[in-house]
Design a protein around this ligand. Sequence first.
Ligand code: 1CP
Length: 339
Amino acid sequence: MKPFLDVLAGKATARPPIWLMRQAGRYLPEYRAIRSQARDFLHFCYSPELAIEATMQPIRRFSFDAAIIFSDILVIPDALGQSVRFAEGEGPRLEAMETPEALKGLASALDEEKLEPVYNALRGVRAALPPSVALIGFCGAPWTLATYMIGGRGTPDQAPARHFAYQHPEAFQSLTDLLVEACTRHLCLQAEAGAEALQIFDSWAGNLPERELRRWSEAPIGRIIAGVKARHPSVPIIAFPRGIAGGFSRFVSETNCDAISLDTACALSDIRKQLPPGMVTQGNLDPLVLINGGSGLDAAVDHILESTAGLPHVFNLGHGILPPTPIPHVEAMLRRVRG
Ligand code: 1CP
């Protein structure tokens, strides 16, 4: 019995299952200890033993209902031949692709052999997980991947990719098509290696106007979901289109996702009116309220529990957990969610 998968199938449970986006990572002392063993972050992602250990750490400590494989969305550009590195303390640095000519340097398909360590890690985690805990595989959505591939790094407003898409819509469409194929393949291979649910992170969807959201976020995600479902019809797919405010109704109908992960700014008291009846939701505690803890945290947790009572909901954050989060606050949140 896996409560997380029950909820994804549309069943409401007395208490919501819980996991946290970025639950494996720098807020855990045991993660920082093994991270220092690897040469660099990508090397860490491609070392199955380390990736398995990082995936299992939050499960051992907190008994979350789901484990998310330790990897990164940027393994896809790396496996398409773009240079990707993680500067210590600064985040990802890619060789920026600012012109249509630069995109011609990309491979025409994913280097699956390069990603084999990720699939090996999934197999290892699946074998190690307790029977009640589900395993999640993931990828970045084409739009979010493109923002890093074109900008060369995380940018405050994704302006490089937005300019590129306005200036060179055909080249941007070709890049999107390539990423749709790569993401579909990567998700299928993760399902074949043991992932029981999949999440697509469109962390930067919120900067797209309505028509661009349709073209660069919804349409490609819809194609990925259709492609994965054709081979793995029973694996549920969660989409995380961060920051799309009033756009959920169309997003869900255009993409056909099984569940929608709601960001921090999304009003739970209102969201049901936008969503089809019975739609599975996930989210959306503010990662900053978790850092602050205390009665503010209790009230925020209660608000989510009350707003989603009797509905198929997975308790989560509205965005990834942040490195300064105190572990006692995570424990307090878990006690409250679990009653
Ligand atoms: O040195 C380190 O330890 C690097 C920190 C780190 C970690 C722990 C990075 C660099 N990535 C990760 C792991 C990671 N990334 C996971 C693992 C599983 C888990 O959730 O526990 C996942 C799901 C991701 C997904 C990811 N990577 C996203 C989408 C989710 C989100 O937070 O919006 C994005 C945008 C990235 C890119 C990325 N990788 C790393 C960083 C610091 C960033 C963000 C860069 C930026 O925009 O500034």
